[in-house]
Design a protein around this ligand. Structure first.
Ligand code: NDP
Length: 302
């Protein structure tokens, strides 16, 4: 069965419109997201445009701050400091990658953790790893995929939990394999699955016999960036397969990290590329903005 991230994302965004309208009535204003882009990288321009459109659809106020790629790290951080201090701004996102002369880690740390809608700030990452929410009392649904960690969870793994919840498959006790160990996808995904009582293996470029490791998986999440790395000999029959990869092929088409044509009849559930994880990531950015706004309102920081 194919999991349509596109359809689930559309459902979630309609729900968010209502959440935002209710918040406007309660708090007298709507959430505000600022997206900072440095330079004119074409891929970044497309990603930023998609984010602005999603915000508009969800009735979230948004601002696109386009800065020259010659900007110094210090000046970029000064812009961030201004936004940190602006009570009308609830979420700040810096579109990555940044020009080489700017240290991404410094920039991410410059964002106030409570306005870090990407969930990349070390305070948010640490909170995710150290916090053990009461998963047993939390019924996952596409609308509420993660229990309350009290911090921002990175968008892609959070969106994947919604996709998993949409299948109705019970995660408790399942074997999960996450291929890829990046800070933005693989590592937080592994922690979230552990908290959902999965037994998790994290594979990477040094993993021996990757197909054998993947065949153990009831739930296989692949975030590598290598087209069609995962072939049918990597799939346990009936497994739930989530393909995070986005790879541009020489003919201009997009491919995931999973060979979809080969694997779709063996997997129990599988996400396509495009139309799987991608739309969910942008959608979760909107949810994270709403959640940052809500937390700030509850703390009286408006
Ligand atoms: P990174 O490049 O940061 O990490 C890639 C990971 O894959 C690393 O851990 C690396 O291992 C591992 N890896 C590389 N080669 C192999 C191999 N042959 N076998 C097993 N593991 C391997 O990537 P990201 O996590 O940022 O992104 C991964 C993919 O997901 C990309 O295609 C990206 O475009 C896409 N993506 C899609 C999103 C969406 O919304 N759909 C969001 C974010 C990313 P090691 O650590 O040993 O180097």
């Amino acid at each position: 069965m194919i999991i349509s991230g596109k359809d689930i994302a559309a459902q979630l965004r309609s729900d968010m419109q209502q959440q935002v309208e209710a918040m406007a009535a309660e708090y007298g204003r709507t959430p505000c997201l600022v997206v900072i882009q440095v330079g004119n990288d074409p891929a970044s321009t497309i990603y930023v445009r998609n984010k602005m459109r999603a915000a508009e659809f969800c009735h979230i106020r948004s601002q696109h701050l386009l800065l020259p790629d010659s900007i110094s790290e210090q000046d970029l951080c000064a812009h961030i400091a201004e936004l940190n201090a602006d009570n009308d701004v609830d979420g700040i996102l810096v579109q990555l990658p940044l020009p080489q002369h700017i240290d991404e880690e410094h920039v991410i740390r410059a964002i106030l953790a409570e306005k870090d809608v990407d969930g990349f700030h070390p305070a948010n990452a640490a909170h995710l790893w150290l916090h053990q929410p009461l998963v047993k009392s939390h019924v996952a649904s596409i609308y509420n995929p993660v229990p309350d960690y009290g911090c921002t969870i990175p968008c892609t793994p959070k969106g994947i939990l919604s996709l998993l919840a949409s299948t109705g498959v019970e995660l408790d006790g399942k074997r999960a394999v996450v291929v890829g160990r990046s800070d933005i996808v693989g590592k937080p995904m592994a922690k979230l699955l552990m908290d959902r009582q999965c037994t998790v293996t994290v594979a990477h470029s040094h993993t021996r016999d990757l197909p054998a490791v993947c065949r153990e998986a009831d739930i296989l999440i692949v975030a590598v960036g290598k087209p069609k790395l995962i072939t049918k000999d990597c799939i346990k029959p009936g497994a739930l397969v989530i393909d995070v990869g986005i790879n541009r092929l020489p003919d201009g088409t997009l491919s995931g990290d999973v060979d979809f044509a080969e694997c779709k009849d063996i997997a129990g559930f599988i996400t396509p590329v495009p139309g799987g994880v991608g739309p969910m990531t942008v959608t979760m950015l909107m949810q994270n903005t709403i959640d940052c706004f809500r937390r700030r309102m509850l703390q009286g920081k408006e």
